[in-house]
Design a binder for this molecule. Sequence first.
Ligand SMILES: [Zn+2]
Length: 432
Amino acid sequence: MSGVSVPHMDPVFPTKTFPNHHSIATGLYPESHGIVDNTFFDPKYNETLNTNDPRFWNYRPDVLPIWIRNEMAGEGRISGCLMWPGCPQRYGSKNLLPTYFSPTYNASVPWENRVETVISWITNDSKPANLVFLYFDEPDTHGHAFGPNRKETLDEISKVDNRTAYLVSKLKEAEIFYKINLIVLSDHGMQGVTQKNIVNITAFIDPSLLKAKFGSTPVLQLIPQDGKGEELYSSLLQQSKMHSFTILTKKEMGKRYHYGAPRRVLDYVVIADVGYAFEDFQALIEFYDEFWNITADPTREYGVHGYIPDASSMKAFFIAHGPAFRKGFESPPIRTIDVVPLISEILYISGVPSNGSLERVVGMIEWVPRPLYQDPQPRVITKLPDFLRYPDFRARKFTESLEQNRNRRILELRGSKSRQYSWPVGKLFKHS
Ligand SMILES: [Zn+2]
């Protein structure tokens, strides 16, 4: 696509599916949005929560995915969400759902059907969607069973390319490809792991020091027995010097990975080194072998993600194309938390709290914000770009109030001290 690309996008810790999807959708670190793993223990309920549980998604009433904030911004904005994690959940104190969503996740729905569904939302006559999220489950599934390097996974990546081409061809057929802004991205990377790199962490933990252990490869969370925290920590710290894992306190996790504040992060976090797994991975290997009819072999690679975001194998990708984006532009790396500031700017949704930075992504944008950001003397926009009227404004004339609104925002930004973009940050969300 002749649009914007980045060398990579930095995921959030842990580099697992649900935490990263929710960071893309909310612009928040897991410590702010509360989805700290694919399943996790919540001390408030004294239960392990999974994705089917509304409590999993509703950590705080002010954490709202951008598809909810888009509709709250009014002016005819309509959101759709298809199989993206968290789509069918209600959010906030008003229990809001997007106008269009898939009630359940169903991996057997062909990708072509998914594409046709979202296009029908965008082109709907009475309620055209102006923001749509769509999820595809490959090459993740193959990547786990076959590792990132084998033919089976590489073939699947080619298929993903073809399906993306199908999406583009369908958008062209509907005569909207050049009118809409398309972002294609991943939530994380994939690391090859063999059976010989399994660390038996249970063998290093004195059971008399441990109250409970949660999580799965490569991230575990530990609650020590009362008064035994220091002892548990120092014994595992000692073992970590000789074996391939790291132990960090909740405080250290907060500082290093923005993974410290909430009740859902427990006292100690144990992370396998990149390329290693804990013993729970053995059961997964057996599952993959049986499901995919794989011949077991200690040197065979499987795929794992969840490691620290610094690992090069965990980096995600991001490309964007459309009227809002510059053409043939490679931006410096961005982070998953920067996607919401980008979407909010393009769709004129104001007041979205975020840990991300509009400044990091504003250079990707073709129109107003870029010259505004770089020029000491920004030009005043007197007319909204055409694409903004499509599809959410196509049925009506561009109104004066909207233009006044936009001009006010430009003046606000112009007046900011640093002459850079400032982003409204909610009191409780830390800015980085
Ligand atoms: Zn995965």
